[in-house]
Design a protein around this ligand. Structure first.
Ligand code: GDP
Ligand code: FE
Ligand code: FE
Ligand code: FE
Length: 198
């Protein structure tokens, strides 16, 4: 772990204090687990900036516990796609959450912001850091769902693109089983990556 994150001008201790004040104990543990997973994936798949991978993990769910009102105001304030108003916290905390992170923490690093923006829904065109965060969120040490071991094998050993595909296939299947709407960008991610799964 790193001692200082210049992208937010905070020491690790200062950043952890801020995060723990902003989220439940359970989510605080989750974001630390995701940071650790992201660091490990960055080492495995040769992402050069380990500190940025770790920081993306620590910050990715920063806005998850904000109220619906906060997100609705941010969508209006930044004139984001009005269709976002038809969705909910699951979709907002990444796509809209990056505006809260910029406001509260002054983060301007566009690679980290982009990875956080799409960490829930993915994208048809993901950078290495995007894939690392998307997958780290899914395979972090605290996850226990059926299939997590197969996801970890792909993620940490075999093939990061296949891990993106595995996660997306399983998320889409989960959402259809729950009879909830799927955000169109999730489907685009599915179509772009599904062939990576052999
Ligand atoms: P978390 O923030 O660590 O819990 O994980 P994510 O940000 O990856 O996902 C948050 C929630 O959004 C999960 O319950 C996912 O199943 C759900 N989710 C992911 N993609 C979609 C989507 O396209 N549509 C909807 N409605 N929910 C989604
Ligand atoms: Fe999330
Ligand atoms: Fe995820
Ligand atoms: Fe998360």
């Amino acid at each position: 772990a790193f001692d200082f994150y210049p992208e937010v001008g905070l020491t690790r201790a200062e950043l952890l204090d801020k995060l723990s004040a902003n989220m439940s104990e359970k989510r605080f543990q989750h974001v630390q687990n995701v940071a650790q997973a992201a660091l490990r994936l960055a080492e495995r798949w040769d992402y050069p900036d380990l500190r940025k991978a770790e920081l993306a993990g620590l910050l990715h769910d920063y806005a998850k516990e904000e109220t619906d009102d906060t997100f609705i105001h941010l969508i209006q304030k930044y004139q984001l796609d009005p269709d976002l108003l038809n969705w909910n916290n699951n979709v907002w905390h990444g796509l809209v959450g990056i505006y809260k992170i910029q406001e509260d923490l002054g983060l301007t690093d566009s690679e980290i912001l982009r990875a956080i923006e799409i960490h829930t829904v993915g994208s048809a065109d993901m950078t290495l850091l995007d894939k690392i965060l998307y997958v780290a969120d899914y395979v972090e040490a605290g996850r226990t769902f059926e299939g997590v071991e197969a996801a970890r094998l792909l993620a940490y050993e075999q093939d990061l693109n296949a891990a993106v595909a595995y996660e997306t296939v399983h998320t889409v299947a989960f959402l259809t089983s729950k009879h909830v709407r799927i955000y169109p960008q999730t489907i685009l991610t599915y179509n772009a990556y599904v062939d990576q799964l052999k």
